[in-house]
Ligand binder design. Sequence first.
Ligand SMILES: [Mg+2]
Length: 406
Amino acid sequence: MLEENKNISDNVDMARKHIIALVDCDSFFVSCEQAANPELKGKPVCVMSARGQCVISRSKEAKRLGIRMGMPYFQIEGQMKKAIFINANHELYSQMSQKVMSVLKTFSPKVEIYSIDEAFIDLTGLERLYHRNYLEIAKMIREEIQIKADIPVSIGLSSSKTLAKLASDKAKNLDEGVYLIGSRKIIPVLEKTSIDEIWGIGKNLSAMFRKNGILTAYELVSQDDLWINKQIGIHGLEMKHELLGEMVSPVSDEVKLPKSIQKTSALAKFTSDKNYLKNSLNYHIHRACVKLRKINAKCKGVSIFLRTKDFKVFCEKKVLNKSTDFELEISDIVFELLDKVYNSNILYRSTGVILDNFVFNNEAQMSLFTDIESDDKKEKLSKCFDKLEEKFGKDIIQTGFIKKDV
Ligand SMILES: [Mg+2]
C-alpha cells in the first residue's frame, strides 16, 4: 500500500514534466517465433544467427538451461541440447516489429523507433485523456501489444530517455513488466546503478570513470559540469542532466537514417580464389542495396573488408563524389577496392561490405555533370530488381556473378 501511495505521488510529480516510456520487447526474436508458432511457447527456444552459427536470442527457459547469448553452436552440450534451435528469420522479425510499433502509434503520435525491438514514446498529457495514472497507461499499452501482436514487452517510464531506459531494465525483472522512476526515486536509483549500466556509456568511458573513482550513476551526477565537460564534452553534460530527470533529448518521430549498413558472412571454405571472393562480395552488395533502397537513401561511402584465415582484417574505403544506390556502380567500386587489398598468397575466411554516409533520396544532390537520363535508367532498373524480388522471393536476382556457396 505504501509503495502504491508513493507511486501516486510520483505520478503527481511527473505530471509537471514530460513523461517518456521506453517499450522494449522481451527476447524479441524468440517471441516472434513463438507468436508465429504458439507450440513453442513455454519451451526452451533459441534463435540462431544466419547459418546457425551462434545464439542471438533465448527464451527464459533456454536461459535457465545455461545457454548464453552469443554462444556458438558447437559449445551447446548436455542439458542445453534440450532446447529448440531455430534459424533467424529476419523478415518475420521486421514484420512483427512494425506491428508492435503501429500499436504504439495508436497511443501517441510521438514514437521514436530506436531499434527493431525498442521504441521511445512520449506519453505526456495522456493521464487526463485516459483518466489513469502513467503506470496504468503503461500496463494498458503492454496488454494491447500482447493482444494485437502477441509479443511480451517491458516498459520503463520516467522524465528523460536515459532514465526511461534504466527503468525498462528494472521492469524486465518484474512480473507486471512496468517500472516508473519518479522524481523521488531518481537519487536512490542512481545510487544503486553502476556506471556501466547507463545508456550510452561504453567500455572506454566506463574505464575512464572508474579510473577517476566514479563507480555509480550517483557519483557521476555529483561531479561538477566543468569537470564532466572537460572529460567527455557536451555529451557528458547531457547525460548528467538526463540522469537527473531533465529531458535533454526529446522523443523524435523523425525517421533517422542509420549510420551504416553492414553485410558480412563467413565463406563456406578458406580460399584465395578472387572470383569466389567477388561472388561473396556481390551477394553482400545486393543485400545492402536492397536495404538502402528500402530506407529511401543513397550512400557516398563504400568499404570492404576481408578477414584472413588467421583473423587479420584488411579494409579499404572510398568516398564517392556523388551518392548512389545502384548495385552495378557499387560493385565496380567494391572490386576496385578488392584489387587494392587482395593478395593471392593469403587464404580468406570472410568478406564484408559496408555502406555509409547516407542521404535521403530527395536530398541527394545532383552534381553539375549529372547525367539525368542515365540516373533515371539506373533508378528504373533498381526498382525493377526490387519488384522482381517482392514477387519471386529474396535473391532471385544477382548482378555480375552467380550466387553460389556464399
Ligand atoms: Mg529487447
